[in-house]
Design a protein around this ligand. Structure first.
Ligand code: RNT
Ligand code: ZN
Length: 418
């Protein structure tokens, strides 16, 4: 593939002219791990029961054949995906992805033991694991309230669930020698106009205080909080709004999770990154793509995504940011969905790492805003694709669209027999 070698050589020179080191960019990219959300593999169903995703203000649509029916299948699908993307990554689990050997274990009773096969799998591959309590698809979440429930026994049940989840997260971190980020997102809210917006928030705060009471070593588990503007069936009011969690995270120095689909349709999260990192120690990103609303489309190389990556690189925030994906598309091959999402995220990070940032900043500092805009525009067509191909080659993963052949073969050999 001499043409690719040549393309990279030319690209390297072109970037060097602008003061950009393509080798350094690839080295940095290789160190950024992305947390692959397991729930793309089975449409957020989990393995508690056959019921699948119910309630909870989110929905997976589509019926593409071949979804994972158990944890072994899901792990095999993740293995396939991981073979198609460069780098070492993480896997993000939800509590409903437990394995109990067919025994009914309610959510407030779960222990690390129920995730021992996930831990062994991750250990063998050198992967980190992240975690999420599941506050949906459960009879005690059926009325739309969990941690903010007015029913004290329901509220307590969910506090116990979250406490159990933090201990599971800590076990992941301890076993895998990489801290687990345990993220709290609860769908609590109202479909229609509430009469009282405050009282549920007071209850949610109380629940958070209770579930975070146990001190856990941050080397093992890190707590993140994910706010949201609205959910399906919860259009008028979400208890855990952005401002609510921002305040709580700042006050208690927790991680704030920014989900790209959780704001007003034209509001993006890139600008929030530097602002919130002035006040919280670290952030978790749920990289997603809303189309008109929080529709959780597969992440692609959009301007929104590019701006997120730019902020992380320009602000030197990579070390304080946990990048996770959060989308679920059941209408296309699910391994392709993951692969497209991870590779797009990586491409935008590479684009950001290849940006002539020092030059742009010098122009800005000198007040030459005309040149800043001019160079920004010209940078858009620099040969980043050649560097990306080189990065894939060096990491022994398919170059360009060749990963699609691997997915097609896997679909034929494995998925079509499910
Ligand atoms: C929902 C949140 C949340 C979920 C996952 C499954 O709007 O984005 O992160 O998507 O926990
Ligand atoms: Zn999310």
């Amino acid at each position: 593939m001499a043409f690719m070698e040549n393309a990279y050589k030319t690209a390297r020179e072109q970037y060097a002219e602008l003061g950009v080191d393509t080798e350094a960019a690839m080295r940095t990219l290789a160190e950024i791990s992305i947390s692959l959300h397991c729930w793309q593999g089975d449409d957020v169903g989990g393995f508690e029961s056959a019921a699948g995703l119910t309630g909870g203000g989110i929905q997976a649509t589509g019926n593409y054949p071949g979804k994972a029916r158990n944890a072994d299948e899901l792990r095999a699908d993740l293995d396939k995906t991981l073979s198609l993307v460069p780098g070492k990554h993480r896997v993000n689990l939800h509590a409903i992805y437990l394995e109990t050997g067919g025994k009914k274990v309610d959510r407030d009773q779960i222990t690390p033991e129920h995730f021992s096969r996930w831990i062994a799998w991750a250990k063998q591959r050198g992967l980190g694991l992240d975690f999420n309590p599941t506050f949906f698809s459960h009879p005690l979440a059926a009325d739309g309230f969990t941690l903010a429930s007015a029913d004290e026994s329901i509220r307590k049940f969910w506090v116990r669930h979250a406490q159990a989840c933090r201990r599971i997260g800590a076990a992941f971190g301890r076993e895998l020698h990489k801290p687990c980020v345990t993220n709290v997102w609860a769908p609590d809210g109202f479909k229609d106009t509430p009469a009282d917006r405050l009282t549920p928030r007071v209850r949610l705060e109380k629940s958070l205080d209770e579930l975070f009471a146990e001190k856990i070593d941050p080397a093992h588990n890190l707590d993140a909080l994910e706010g949201k503007l609205f959910g399906l069936g919860l259009e008028s009011y979400t208890v855990g709004s952005h401002e609510f969690y921002l305040g709580y995270a700042v006050k208690h120095q927790k991680l704030l999770c920014l989900d790209a689909g959780h704001y007003h349709p034209t509001e993006t999260i890139a600008d929030k990154i530097s602002a919130v990192l002035m006040h919280v120690p670290e952030i978790l990103l749920h990289v997603s793509r809303g189309v008109r609303w929080d529709s959780d489309h597969v992440v692609t190389l959009t301007d929104d995504l590019r701006e997120i990556a730019q902020e992380l690189v320009r602000g030197h925030f990579l070390a304080r940011t946990h990048i996770g994906l959060d989308f679920f598309d059941a209408s296309i091959n699910r391994i392709a969905a993951w692969t497209i999402g991870v590779r797009s995220m990586q491409k935008t990070l590479l684009l950001a790492l290849l940006e002539p940032t020092a030059k742009l900043k010098a122009m800005e500092d000198a007040g030459d805003l005309t040149s800043r805009l001019g160079l920004l525009e010209e940078s858009k067509l620099l040969p980043a694709g050649a560097v990306w191909n080189e990065h894939c080659l060096r990491n022994n993963v398919p170059v360009g669209a060749h990963w699609m052949e691997a997915v097609r073969q896997y679909e034929e050999k494995v998925l079509s027999h499910r």
